[in-house]
Structure formats: C-alpha cells, structure tokens
Design a binder for this molecule. Sequence first.
Ligand code: 1GP
Length: 237
Amino acid sequence: SNIHQQILEAKKKGQKLLAILLDPDKIVWENLDHLLVKIKQSPATHIFVGGSIVHATILEDLLTELKQKTNLPVVIFPGDPSQISPQADAILFLSLLSGRNPDYLIEYQVQAAPILKRTNLEVISTGYILIESGNETAVARVSKTKPLKRENLDLVLATAQAGEMLGNKLMYLEAGSGAKNAVPLEMIQLISQNIEIPIIVGGGIVDLQGIQNAYKAGADLVVIGTAFENDSHFFEA
Ligand code: 1GP
C-alpha cells in the first residue's frame, strides 16, 4: 500500500508517527533478532534504513531480515544512490535544500532515477533541511554543506516553503544523527504552521519527552536512530 498516502491520512487524523532508523553499518548482527523483537514491542510505525556510508551487500542483508521478520513499512533513507534496493517498500527521494552542493540537490537524483525506474519502490519526494546542531554531524561532513543556523527561522521557513512549491511531498527537518541539539521546537512550530505537507523531525532526540515535544510542536513523524541504537530498551521507560 501507499506509504505517502498513509502519512497524509495519519496527519489528517492527528495520529503521530515514529520511525526507527537503522544504519546497516552499525548493526551488530548477533543482536539483530533481539533488536527486531524490541522494534516489534516499540511504538514505531516505520523503519528507516540508511546511513552516510553503507555497503551494498549489508544493506541487502538487513532488508531481507526486516522484510522477513517485521511487518512495518521499510523506507530507505539514502546517503547516496548506491543505497537503493527493491526489497524496501519506499525510498525518501531527498533533496538537500539547506545546502548548495549540486550533487545533493540534483546530481544524485539524476543518477538514481533510472535505477529507481527498474524497481517497484514508492518514490517519495522529500525536502531535506539540515539545521545547525552544535556539533559537526556526518550529514554535514559527507555532503560538504553548511547547516542552516538555528536562529535563522525566516531562512528555514523560506527553504521549506520553496521545497513545498517545488513539489516535495514531505519536509524533513534534520539536526543530524547524534546531534548535540535537536531541531528547535519553535522552528518545528513555525514550519508546521506555514506548510501543508507532513513534517519529519530527527537528529539528537534522546528521550521520550523529546519525542512528545516534537509532536506537540507540529512534527508528524519523528525519527529515532542513536538513542535506540545505544539502548534497545529506549521505548520501555
Ligand atoms: C538522523 O534524524 C536521524 O538522520 C536520527 O538521528 O541518530 O540522532 O536519532 P539520531
């Protein structure tokens, strides 16, 4: 079924969504079965798979396991065009709107398009906005782009609105994996009040209160990576 449509319907009903982000390169394979049990017991509605550098075979192995052992929709959250697999359900087709590196604005999308055409993956056009986090994150390093300043709310809003006008179906506000500071709540609030498309928020959210705060500010889907990676009991508190 259509994942984008489900996200829209959840937004309409005010149901909040939660994605657990799994980086194939960080999976401890001996623990995978335990991890999958914990994911099943968690409130997660989606599994995102991706990372800054991911080896193709490891991605395939992880997707095989996820499709066999969970029922959650699996969405690729790619770092580059090598991270495409027909085994997933959908892919966030990202454009790094906060940066001015043409590779992440259009070049990788051009490379990925013919590959995606040969799969049945649902392709979800997603604007991706990197926000300053107080530390250098892998996204900033690998993409060689500068995050937008936390206090520059006008620029973040204009960026999100431009993405919406360009036809993005989702807007991802990203502090970066392992961010010291998560996306500011007032920023989430401002963006959510001024664009129609669903908002994804992630990076540096390390407790359940942080998730609730992001929802209250207007996030439709929150992404949790590091906190669950470090503690598979994270959602049990
Ligand atoms: C990173 O937004 C995700 O792309 C999740 O970040 O690892 O900090 O939870 P964390």
